[in-house]
Design a binder for this molecule. Structure first.
Ligand SMILES: [Fe+2]
Length: 233
């Protein structure tokens, strides 16, 4: 970890102490940020296209560094018009937004690098927990010719993000997987079988999806499991 350069006043996101890397392969890097109520990150720069998902939501303010350009925010297709309007109104009149558990958005920071910091509201009753999935290499993920089996949340020219809900004792197999990528467990308990091994995965864990996918994912919990599947196109 490098100490923030006081002259420029920000660090790259991979050096920001509250953003902890939890997974990395050639195509994706995933980090987790846990923000206690009232805590702010250091100013940091994002310069890779990034998908964000809230494991534990709350009220948050993002403050762009003075004099630096903004990056557009792409909201999920499934977000209703009323929720979109509510976010816009909160942003304009309160300068902060209330995000729900499972909230997903995307920022095209490769073309629009952004320097900002995030501040969790002091009124939050719990720590906020956010995951960021950086797209490191968009042209190598292998893709199959299958249709997506979940609900498509965000689609760009390089990735597709779909939300899958698996009922208890149900699962996914190769027929549900359409390309190389990562699956993020938004909630639930799963058993993942791959290459003769079996591993348990819980909320916040990452499952690497190879292609062709020969394993299986089963919901072994008592509740529906919710997954976010990010694959290259
Ligand atoms: Fe950030």
């Amino acid at each position: 970890m490098r100490i923030m350069d006081r002259k420029i006043g920000y660090v790259e996101v991979d050096e920001e102490p509250l953003h902890q890397e939890i997974f990395r392969n050639r195509e994706f890097r995933v980090y987790r940020a846990v923000l206690k109520p009232g805590v702010a990150t250091d100013y940091h720069r994002h310069s890779k296209n990034t998908v964000y998902a809230a494991l534990q939501g709350g009220r948050i303010t993002t403050e762009k560094m003075k004099g630096t350009p903004a990056c557009p925010t792409v909201l999920s297709k499934s977000l209703s018009l009323s929720k979109r309007l509510k976010l816009i109104v909160q942003k304009i009149f309160q300068n902060s937004i209330e995000i729900e558990n499972g909230f997903v958005f995307y920022m095209p920071s490769r073309d629009f690098p952004v320097i900002h910091r995030a501040v969790a509201s002091v009124s939050n009753s719990r720590n906020m927990e956010l995951l960021g999935i950086e797209i490191l290499c968009s042209n190598s993920p292998v893709k199959g010719d299958k249709e997506c089996s979940g609900k498509i949340e965000i689609e760009t020219d390089e990735i597709r993000i779909s939300r899958l809900v698996i009922k208890t004792e149900n699962g996914l197999d190769g027929g549900d997987i359409y390309g190389k990528g990562v699956i993020l467990v938004l909630s639930g308990t799963l058993e993942v079988r791959a290459n003769g091994n079996s591993k348990s995965k819980n909320t916040g864990d990452i499952v690497e999806i190879d292609w062709p996918f020969s394993g299986g994912i089963e919901n072994t919990g008592e509740q529906d499991a919710e997954l976010l599947y990010i694959s290259g196109k």
